[in-house]
Design a protein around this ligand. Structure first.
Ligand SMILES: Nc1nc2c(ncn2[C@@H]2O[C@H](COP(=O)(O)OP(=O)(O)O)[C@@H](O)[C@H]2O)c(=O)[nH]1
Ligand code: SF4
Ligand SMILES: [Mg+2]
Length: 411
């Protein structure tokens, strides 16, 4: 990803569903006016979802998802349903594409029901209006049969595309808080000190995504970001001459930074901020409480959101197991998953430890949290766990009173 791109996790995910040859790929092409999706006369060319990040006016940064042509039969097959679900778990807006010539809409009814279970806003498009013109009455009848808003379009002729974009604009979640990382905790003019170690684990020539995003969020809040390494923190705080609103550090430097930050200055970590931003800080903090209940022979699942380049002392496969064995003194078994695959069956685990999820959107992370919760299994993330094993979770939760209460067992 280049530096000037909006991260995937902050894009509105728009997914196109429908029967093979309904014109999903053609519609994406028409909307984006770019030949990005594979269009073919042969049924079922697109087998796996195709993702394309782009700026789309008036929506802003989006991720278009062209799904595999589902089947032409009246039922969604199990495997296809599973694939649809996987995409739906991260979809912000769903578009159901229907060939206007379609007579039997069982397939679409089934599909729409599936989308409904996920509470994803959806809109239907009757495509190929150039081949099969649809009257307003027909359109309304079908719209009430399927219980979704329907629009007509011709991907081929470009008809109805502008209206579709405008309709999409109205479906975009308008929650301003949605992408707040720290902005809701600070005021204009506040000084925020960010501590970012530059060690062998840091990428060459740049800052990592959570650091960039936090700086951006601070600037958008009209506050002031001061960035230093852990070794310069003491000096930075002296030179500032005024108390910063908050110190935010990389988890790796937590101990040193905690020691160097006066107790009356609130301090937390990027990972705690992102745990809250991406998921449910309370749930993750409750997960940390479950660590001390682990028993010999318990299974722990370590889950990472992407298959990033592994360091020699990889946090997921090396540090996390080592820390957990050290703090519990128990014989634990570890399983690992990474990337798009995530267990739908967590019941065998006593604890799930998830990464910071910087590459996942909130929807995907929320789905993972809910899946694990549905099995009654506790889940913690790297940031909360690192703070816990270093004995500084107490301090890192200070800016978050509710999560702190959950940590103290009061909720
Ligand atoms: N006449 C006409 N043909 C279309 C339209 N949209 C798609 N097609 C054609 O229908 C076929 C299937 O389109 P495609 O986008 O690959 O369908 P997908 O399987 O849903 O992705 C291609 O031959 C397209 O050129 C349209 O609005 N009008
Ligand atoms: S925190 Fe998770 S999603 Fe982000 S780079 Fe690491 S493994 Fe990937
Ligand atoms: Mg296609």
């Amino acid at each position: 990803m280049s530096l000037n791109q909006t991260p995937t996790s902050n894009r509105i995910h728009i997914a196109f569903f429908g029967q093979t040859n309904a014109g999903k790929s053609s519609l994406i092409n028409a909307i984006t006016s770019q030949e990005i999706a594979l269009v073919s006369e042969v049924s079922g060319t697109t087998t796996d979802p195709v993702y394309k990040a782009m700026e789309l006016l008036p929506l802003g940064p989006v991720m278009m998802i062209d799904t595999a042509g589902l089947n032409d039969t009246s039922q969604l097959g199990d495997l296809r349903k599973k694939k649809t679900m996987e995409v739906l778990n991260k979809t912000d807006i769903a578009i159901v594409v229907i060939d206007s010539a379609t007579k039997d809409h069982h397939f679409e009814k089934d599909l729409i029901e599936t989308i409904r279970t996920k509470k994803v806003p959806l809109i239907g498009v009757l495509n190929k209006s150039d081949l099969t013109p649809i009257s307003k009455t027909q359109q309304n009848t079908l719209s009430s049969l399927l219980s979704i808003p329907l629009m007509t379009a011709s991907a081929e002729k470009g008809a109805g595309i502008k209206a579709l974009k405008e309709a999409l604009g109205k479906l975009v979640p308008t929650d301003d808080e949605k992408f707040k990382i720290v902005g809701d905790l600070i005021h204009p003019g506040d000084l925020v000190v960010l501590v970012t170690p530059i060690d062998k684990a840091a990428p060459k020539g740049r800052l990592i995504l959570p650091q960039q995003q936090t700086i951006r969020d601070i600037l958008e809040s009209d506050a002031i970001a001061v960035v230093c390494k852990e070794h310069e923190l003491r000096d930075t705080l002296i030179k500032l001459g005024t108390k910063p609103r908050m110190v935010i550090t990389d988890s790796q430097a937590f101990l040193k930074v905690s020691a160097d930050t006066p107790k009356d200055i609130p301090m937390t970590s990027f990972s705690i901020l992102f745990a809250r931003h991406k998921g449910d800080l309370m749930q993750l903090v409750k997960g940390a409480r479950a660590i001390e209940l682990l028993k010999d022979g318990d299974k722990v699942l370590v889950s990472e959101g992407c298959t990033h380049h592994r360091q020699s002392d990889d946090i997921g496969t090396v540090k996390i197991p080592r820390w957990l064995r050290q703090v519990t003194g128990k014989e634990l078994e570890f399983d690992y998953v990474s990337g798009v695959s995530f267990t739908e069956d967590a019941k065998d685990y006593a604890l799930v430890v998830h990464c910071g999820a910087c590459m996942l959107n909130k929807k995907a992370m929320t789905h993972r949290l809910e899946t694990v919760e549905s099995f009654g299994v506790p889940i913690v993330n790297y940031g909360v766990m690192i703070a816990y094993v270093h004995g500084i979770l107490d301090r890192a939760l200070e800016p978050f009173p509710l999560a702190k209460m959950a940590w103290e067992g009061e909720l």
